[in-house]
Design a binder for this molecule. Structure first.
Ligand code: NAD
Ligand code: ZN
Length: 350
């Protein structure tokens, strides 16, 4: 059987390994993709470090990775001619959904009850080849830069977050400028936000946030965030919060900076249950509408991404700060874990 380079979690412990794996074979409704670029998600770092979530979810051996772009080189016998096929330049939705649960049937497949995730529940794309269900393949425009194509799955989280709320001519606060938060900035701008104020603990990421269009970038470790953010909106509070950090402190700060009647979209995942969270004051009595954001809307978010990228309304290139051959995955993972990066793209076969 043909072999390929892959980065896999082989044992239930911290770390990963570069291995020679069998090239996977597509099932009847699958496509085989030659991976040309794959980008690192925070989830991959969690799996690498083997945090509590990974220990409960990941069943080694498993090839990691779920953000990629590549070319279809083979299809299963039940893939129809009008579906993505050999030669197509594709990326993928990482959520493999069932199509039959109530949520799927109601057009809410992003919260499918039976979701399996590429690189989490089934072998992923930190490899020269990956097999995915044809339903998960998304055809990219041929002129889309490879690096940008590879990170669309992650970009979709940000697009979904911004489009869940109305940012048009509104004041927007973004808490957390990791890749997810950074990517909301040009999207909120493209959708017509009046003012975008962001916060993060990392000076590196705050500088990137300014570069991609934040009007004011604040560091809770150095600045009086409440006072300075309120100054920027003449003490009136913000119309919209996009919570992109998962830090309970950022959530509380963000909600307390909202005006009454505002909207909040929450993407960041807190490390656990929240202690001492004042729901009455922060949400209920202010009449705040809260949207929980999971994954991407299938497939509305993907069409929105295509439009934002193809029209030039959003340029993700400045957010891609590092590129590595897949063989240097360890350095890439450590760079991502350091917080001194935006998105990182790796190239298999190098
Ligand atoms: P990340 O860890 O790279 O970024 C989080 C950022 O928040 C970091 O830059 C950190 O410095 C910053 N931060 C920490 N404490 C802060 C505070 N008090 N105030 C302001 N900023 C603070 O993560 P990411 O890849 O950008 O993802 C963002 C969040 O979204 C994570 O919690 C991730 O788990 C979650 N996520 C959720 C979904 C979903 O479907 N809901 C999908 C992908 C990621
Ligand atoms: Zn389902």
């Amino acid at each position: 059987m043909a072999k390929m380079q892959a980065v896999a979690k082989l044992r239930p412990e911290p770390g990963m390994e570069l291995i020679q794996a069998d090239v996977p074979q597509p099932g009847p409704r699958d496509v085989l993709v030659k991976v040309k670029a794959t980008s690192i998600c925070g989830t991959d770092v969690h799996i690498y470090k083997w945090d509590r979530w990974s220990q409960n979810r990941i069943r080694p051996p498993l090839t990691i990775g779920h953000e990629f772009a590549g070319e279809i080189i083979a299809v299963g016998e039940q893939v129809r001619p009008d579906e993505p096929g050999v030669g197509d330049f594709v990326s993928a939705e990482s959520h493999i959904v069932c199509g039959v649960c109530q949520q799927c049937k109601l057009g809410q497949a992003h919260v499918c009850q039976n979701t399996r995730i590429i690189g989490v529940d089934v072998d992923g794309c930190y490899a020269e080849y990956v097999v995915i269900p044809v339903e998960n393949a998304w055809k990219n425009p041929l002129d889309m830069p490879l690096q940008v194509a590879s990170l669309q799955e992650n970009f979709g989280n940000s697009v979904h977050t911004v489009s869940a709320v109305d940012v048009r001519a509104k004041t927007v606060l973004v808490t957390g400028c990791g890749p997810a938060g950074l990517m909301t900035i040009p999207v909120a701008r493209a959708f017509g936000a009046e003012l975008i104020v962001v916060s993060d603990l990392s000076p590196y990421r705050l500088a990137l946030a300014r570069k991609v269009g934040a009007d004011l970038a604040l560091n809770p470790a150095e600045d009086d965030v409440i006072a300075r953010a309120q100054d920027s909106v003449r003490g009136k509070g913000f119309d919209v919060l996009l919570e992109m950090s998962g830090a309970p402190a950022a959530l509380v700060q963000g909600l307390s900076l909202l005006k009454s009647g505002a909207e909040a979209a929450l993407l960041g995942l807190a490390p656990g249950a929240l202690d001492n969270f004042n729901l009455n004051d922060l949400v209920i009595m202010k009449g705040v509408t809260v949207h929980g954001i999971a994954g991407r809307r299938l497939w509305e978010t993907w069409y929105q991404m295509r439009a934002l990228l193809s029209s030039g309304a959003v340029d993700l290139k400045p957010i891609i700060t590092h590129e590595f051959p897949l063989s240097r995955w360890h350095e890439a993972m450590e760079t991502m874990a350091s917080g001194q990066s935006g998105k990182i793209v790796m190239y298999p076969g190098e």
